[in-house]
Design a protein around this ligand. Structure first.
Ligand code: GLY
Length: 361
């Protein structure tokens, strides 16, 4: 199985990068860095959970091969993507002597990747960074494609940049220590990518749901490789989300609004799962999607132990307010990605609010 994906960014070869998906790959990172980035000082950013599990050992491994590194720990959790923690992290990087030729490594889940990537994008007007994602969600989605950022009181990810990593190392063995809930969170994004872009991959997932477990690293490597290849191909064509990349927002218009309405007590993947089902219902109602495809999608999500129903008693006013501030909107009506069939999606579909209200009720 091919386990290296080359992402060809335009313009300029200097922005292209490799994604390596390898069980046990974390152990090989020091030698990769010594070979590809010799003499560079490492600024390793992680969270308190991942630090205990992997970052301290990784720092020792850097020491062993003579790589100079400094470790920066941020609290675990979405609250860490705040302006205060970002500012403190920039301060700590500067105080430790970060230079334009330093290398930031983001070792952690999506929160660490987004925050450390945004710090790398902005400190000294930008330094190189490497993504070493440790959650399934970060491995299949957020570590690839260069979206980095932090949250604002007005919404998630409203402050950010496109800053492509110089390398992504994905080691599925680290998922062994991931809480089950977090694992499911990532599965929702895997299903999304397959549903939006690749009917064969979707069928593969349908046939193999029971083999996709946290401990089956070899099988996970196959699944992650396929999901990441699909995402990388989209990012190569449309880095700035002016067209095709929007298809990766399948399930996310309703998903984000549900997540925000729950005050982010609901996991992103659970909200996306509900969003995928609800948006497919809208697609069926609009005459775009066959009922059979809708049923296949909801069945696969349920098989992955993900929720499929909009929570009862959802605060409608807040839900519609969240829909209207979605950063993906360009006009006054919410913009959707809707499925045409499994593996094929339509972007920029505007739907009248009464139709969405009817669905919610
Ligand atoms: N998570 C969707 C994207 O990276 O475009």
């Amino acid at each position: 199985m091919k386990n290296k994906i080359a992402v060809h960014m335009r313009p300029g070869r200097h922005r292209s990068y490799d994604i390596l998906i390898k069980a046990g790959g974390l152990k090989t990172l020091p030698s990769i860095i010594r070979k590809k980035w010799p003499g560079r000082r490492i600024f390793l950013v992680t969270d308190t959970n991942v630090s205990r599990l992997y970052a301290k050992n990784l720092q020792h491994a850097f020491d062993d091969v003579g790589i100079d590194s400094a470790l920066f720990e941020v609290p675990a959790g979405e609250e860490t993507k705040s302006i205060d923690i970002y500012y403190a992290l920039i301060g700590a990087l500067l105080e430790s002597g970060i230079k334009r030729n330093s290398l930031v490594i983001a070792l952690g889940g999506g929160v660490v990747g987004d925050l450390a990537g945004f710090a790398a994008a902005t400190v000294l007007r930008g330094v190189e960074f490497i993504q070493v994602p440790t959650s399934l969600l970060a491995q299949v989605d957020s570590s690839v494609g260069g979206k980095v950022g932090i949250d604002h009181d007005a919404g998630k990810n409203l402050i950010g940049a496109f800053h492509q990593p110089s390398f992504v190392l994905i080691d599925p063995t680290v998922l062994r220590t991931l809480p089950v809930m977090e694992f499911r969170n990532g599965l929702a994004e895997v299903v999304k990518i397959a549903a939006a872009l690749d009917a064969d991959f979707f069928r593969f997932l349908e046939r193999n749901t029971s083999r996709i477990t946290r401990t089956n690293a070899r099988f996970l490597a196959r699944v992650i490789c396929r999901a990441v290849s699909l995402k990388a191909a989209v990012v190569e064509k449309d880095e700035r989300e002016s067209g095709l990349r929007k298809s990766l927002n399948l399930g996310h218009t309703i998903g984000h609004a549900i997540e925000a309405t729950s005050d982010f007590t609901m996991k992103h993947g659970e909200a996306v799962s509900i969003g995928l089902v609800a948006e497919s219902q809208l697609a069926v109602a609009a005459g775009l999607l066959a009922v059979d495809d809708y049923l296949r999608l909801s069945r696969l999500l349920v098989q992955c132990n993900l929720p499929a129903k909009v929570p009862s008693g959802i605060n409608e006013k807040r839900f519609f307010r969240s829909l209207s501030v979605d950063k993906k909107n360009t006009g006054s009506e919410p913009s959707f990605v809707l499925l045409r069939r499994i593996g094929v999606s339509l972007i920029g579909v505007r739907l009248p609010l009464p139709r969405i209200q009817a669905l919610l009720r």
